[in-house]
Design a binder for this molecule. Structure first.
Ligand code: UDP
Length: 358
């Protein structure tokens, strides 16, 4: 069986790494995987470092498509992917998450009558203003196999009338967290490098368009982080889009004592998540990683796809409201009670390949 896997953005490299490792391990000889990198994320610290650190095989095709508006980027990817798929003739196209690379690969494949398998199917924010929501709805609609990370995702698809090809496999990010949990502790010296104490700092990320592209929301977020940093060290590994907007709008002074650093390698990120007092983020992946490592999370969004983290008391949604962010960080604590496991048994990658093999 031949699979073409299409990735392009940081979270996709991390998810694809988990599945690729299993393919190259116990399925070697039975499954051939050709990786296509669209180029959506291209900075070395947003791309190459993940391939090196997570041992992802070099892409068979690098399309080098990034930048431009959603239309231009998606259109160029669509065109280039048609060429790749015509050449590779895979049995499956495997896609991850909700980026423009996900959307382009889904559309290119389905129009060439190549079945699509979507990892992270069924997630919904019910906010159609998010580009990710549009991408994931379209990707799900044209996919033959829909790999859901959670029961909620299965229910979302059912509510849209989609039940065929739907499989609850668990979350590949949970697989990833089990694999890297101890490795990161052993191999990263990020705590010392950034002068941070175990349990004594806030780790924060911010990159969602709904926050970065709205001047009021961004100012409220940066102001809140600056306020928190008056009392507690705050580390912000800054996403390139956020960095550029902060520079263009001259907003850096709002951050005050926040320690702003380049995007972190995955090992450093996991290490710092594990020892943070609180994680403050608008990232989907980081919300869940905080949950996996049992660190309270404050989410700077109005809704989340990962409702389990909120329901179980580990995550609080505060929007982009300065006062609410500051208060939530101050009040954040671990919930009492047993830790539920809503994200599967750590075997999502294997379950995905088994389904692809049929
Ligand atoms: N991440 C990382 N370095 C960073 C910030 C994030 O390795 O400086 C990792 C993080 O641990 C998580 C993933 O990137 O696994 C999340 O990606 P991102 O926040 O870009 O996207 P989202 O999950 O919101 O789609």
């Amino acid at each position: 069986m031949k699979i073409v896997t299409v990735v392009g953005a940081r979270p996709q490299f991390i998810k694809a790494a988990a599945v690729s490792r299993v393919i190259r391990g116990e399925y070697a000889g039975r499954v051939e995987e050709v990786l296509v990198h669209t180029g959506q994320h291209y900075d070395s610290n947003m791309s190459a470092v993940f391939f090196e650190e997570l041992g992802i095989p070099a892409p068979g095709h690098h399309l080098e498509i990034s930048g431009g508006g959603h239309g231009a980027m998606t259109g160029r990817m669509l065109q280039a992917l048609e060429g790749v798929l015509a050449q590779e003739k895979p049995d499956w196209v495997l896609i991850y998450g909700d980026t423009n690379s996900t959307l382009a690969a889904a559309l290119a494949a389905v129009k060439m009558h190549i079945p699509v398998a979507h990892v992270e199917a069924g997630l919904r924010s019910f906010n159609m203003r998010m580009p990710e929501e549009v991408n994931r709805i379209v990707a799900d609609r044209v996919s033959t196999l829909l790999f859901c990370p959670t029961r909620v995702a299965v229910d979302n698809l059912r509510d849209e009338g989609v039940t065929r090809g739907v499989h609850l496999v668990g979350d590949v990010m949970f697989d990833v967290s089990l694999y890297y949990r101890d490795l990161a502790r052993r191999s990263s010296d990020a705590l010392q490098r950034f002068g941070l104490q175990e349990g004594g700092y806030v780790l924060t990320t911010c990159h969602r368009a709904e926050n970065t592209d709205d001047p009021q929301r961004l100012a409220a977020i940066l102001g809140a982080l600056g306020e928190v940093a008056e009392h507690l060290p705050v580390l912000l590994p800054v996403h390139p889009r956020t960095r550029n907007i902060i520079r263009e709008r001259d907003l850096a002074s709002l951050l005050g004592k926040v320690q702003v650093v380049e995007p972190l390698s995955f090992m450093d990120m996991v290490r710092l998540e594990q020892s943070a007092r609180v994680v403050v983020t608008d990232s989907g992946g980081v919300q869940k990683e905080a949950f996996f490592y049992q660190v309270p999370c404050v989410t700077m969004r109005d809704e989340t796809e990962w409702t389990e983290t909120v329901d179980l008391g580990w995550n609080r949604l505060v929007g982009a409201d300065r006062q609410r962010i500051v208060a939530a960080v101050r009040e954040a604590k671990r919930p009492s009670g047993a830790q539920a496991r809503p994200y599967g048994d750590g075997q999502a990658s294997r379950a995905i390949i088994e389904q692809l093999l049929g």
